[in-house]
Ligand binder design. Structure first.
Ligand SMILES: N[C@@H](CCC(=O)N[C@@H](CS)C(=O)NCC(=O)O)C(=O)O
Length: 202
């Protein structure tokens, strides 16, 4: 499998999940502005949407979209999904919320929003983090076990620190718990990123 990624982007959720799953992968960095990969390939010819993550399976099939990629990893390694009768549905429900609500609320920060735009993005993201705080079972989103949804949330909690989004206490604890996992430390190191310190925001 291959992952097209950009350091610190949401694609780190896939990298973390692959490490958790014990799935070997190749990683190819994408310059998201120039839309060129580190090997000099035209990324738009590979993924016309131009966004990361994208994975390419060993048979050459490409899969895009965080929700689909993370669901695929959880399908291959069910321990990384949610338990219970509605487990798969609950996982999709959470991944969809993370993608369409939380992830979307961070977009203005990456698109040169002015101060007013950033402040309203901050409020929108904070509101969604409060919903997560109320819904999470603890200590992870779905209880005692880490899932691919935690990996996706982690990517965005790094941005919450970066952009000063107020983060409820239980979600901050969850962030630190996720950050302490070997898979996460490995992924951060591989992408040349620091271990985040949310406590600084408390
Ligand atoms: N709908 C896509 C969006 C992914 C996305 O927004 N990726 C960002 C990085 S976190 C990106 O590639 N931005 C650059 C661009 O879209 O041109 C998904 O959920 O996978």
């Amino acid at each position: 499998m291959k992952l097209f990624y950009s350091p610190g982007a949401c694609s780190i959720a896939t990298r973390i999940s692959l490490h958790e799953a014990g799935i070997d992968a190749e990683f190819e960095r994408v310059d998201l502005k120039a839309k060129v990969t580190e090997r000099g390939s035209d990324y738009l010819a590979i993924n016309p949407a131009g966004s990361v993550p994208m994975i390419v399976l060993d048979d050459g099939t490409g899969v895009t979209e965080n929700v689909a990629i993370l669901a695929l990893i959880a399908e291959r390694v069910p321990e990384l999904g949610a338990d219970g009768q509605l487990g798969q549905i609950r996982l999709l429900e959470m991944l969809s919320f993370l993608s369409t609500e939380l992830h979307a609320s961070f977009k203005p920060f990456f698109h040169d929003a002015d101060e007013a735009g950033k402040e309203s993005a901050r409020e929108a993201a904070a509101k969604r983090l409060e919903l997560i705080d109320a819904a999470m079972l603890g200590p992870y989103l779905f209880g005692r076990a880490f899932t691919v949804a935690d990996a996706y949330l982690f990517a965005m909690l790094r941005w919450a620190v970066q952009f000063g989004v107020p983060t409820p206490a239980r979600v901050r604890d969850l962030f630190e718990l996720i950050a302490s996992r070997d898979s996460v430390r490995r992924a951060l190191t591989e992408e040349g990123l620091e271990i985040p310190l949310l406590a600084a925001q408390a």
